[in-house]
Design a protein around this ligand. Structure first.
Ligand code: PEP
Ligand code: MN
Length: 338
């Protein structure tokens, strides 16, 4: 259920409503919009009994939320969520571009790529320190050392950092270095991890599970939101279908669908969505046209020597630079900018 306050509700009235909700053991999540404050009531609402919340001062109306995800739903918040991080905004008119290698391989590698992508217009450097590999014998990432290398790349370029966290026990250390946590496709249903990042104050990119429906994905986002972290960015990165030519099937239906269902921003990762370098640029253009709030792209200056298998889907810096120019008119055509 949500409690919608009147446009002129005072902080004191809002406080009393929150206390009333919390007093019966429910959680109250406050979302402050331009016009009014909305209070999400989380938990078993029968605990409210016949308490007359609707007639409290400052309350305009109460509404049930029919979607199984509550805080993530458009019913809870009509306006899009805009996330301010490292001097940029994600979810507003300007597209967020996060680019970099699959994995951080050395200070030289990450600084070189960070400089390339920064010059081309990216606002975040991405790179895995802890890599969720399909097989246990594959390169697993340089861990803490790689986090320090990312910090150097940030110092040198000013770019914000996006890097993956795989386990609840590493949330603290990764959080000390990163600006945005990435939760990978294989961890979309790691509920302990979802809750743990939900207790932090850093934005979270939540990649869609490789065989998850949009509803399951929004429910995963709900785990993070319900712990008090409002800054979730969804990332469509392709799902598994019967098609084997591409690594995954990039489900661009998800972009407008998520915008209808949720107020959360959604970015697209055409690198993992296709797995094939020659397809990445076209699918990036399609992602922008579909209304994505941003892009997550793999870029490597020497992809043939990439330490993960993702060199084959990484753009060369020159390709990335051209792509950043090519998407400008598309962004403008859909009311956005780069
Ligand atoms: C990645 O971003 O390098 C990655 C491992 O992505 P995904 O979780 O989408 O496979
Ligand atoms: Mn990768």
């Amino acid at each position: 259920m949500v409690i919608v306050t009147k446009p002129d509700a005072t902080p004191d009235q809002i406080d009393k409503i929150v206390k009333r909700v919390e007093g019966v053991g429910l959680k109250a999540q406050i979302s402050t919009g331009e016009q009014r404050t909305v209070i999400g009531v989380i938990g078993d609402k029968t605990l409210l009994g016949d308490m007359p919340i609707g007639s409290m001062s400052g309350v305009e109306k109460t509404m049930p939320i029919t979607a199984p995800y509550k805080l993530a739903s458009r019913q809870f918040r009509e306006e899009p969520t805009i996330i301010a991080v490292n001097g940029t905004k994600i979810g507003g008119r300007k597209l967020a571009v996060m680019a970099g290698p699959c994995a951080v391989e050395s200070t030289e590698q990450i600084v070189t790529i960070a400089k390339y992508v920064k010059n081309a217009g990216a606002t975040f450097i991405r790179g895995g320190a802890f890599k969720p590999r399909t097989g246990p014998y594959s390169f697993q990432g340089f861990g803490l050392e790689a986090l320090k290398m990312l910090a150097t790349a940030k110092q040198e370029t000013g770019l914000g950092i996006v890097t993956e966290v795989m386990t609840p026990s590493e949330v603290e250390i990764v959080g000390e270095h990163t600006d945005i946590f990435q939760l990978g496709t294989r961890n979309m249903t790691n509920f302990y991890l979802l809750r743990e990042v939900g207790r932090t104050k850093k934005p979270v990119i939540l990649k869609r599970g490789l065989a998850s429906t949009i509803e399951e994905w929004l429910l995963a986002a709900e785990y993070i939101l319900s712990e008090g972290n409002p800054d979730v960015i969804l990332c469509e990165r392709g799902i598994r279908t019967f098609e084997t030519h591409t690594r995954n099937t990039l489900d661009l239906n998800a972009v407008p669908a998520v915008h209808e269902l949720s107020h959360l921003p959604i970015v697209v990762d055409p690198s993992h969505g296709t797995g094939i370098r020659s397809l990445v640029s076209d699918m990036t253009k399609a992602s922008v046209a579909s209304g994505a709030d941003g892009l997550l792209l793999e870029v490597h200056h020497d992809p043939d020597h990439s330490m993960t298998g993702d060199g084959a889907q990484s753009l060369f810096p020159e390709q990335f630079e051209k792509l950043m120019q090519d998407i400008k008119p598309i962004a403008i055509a859909v009311g956005r900018e780069i």
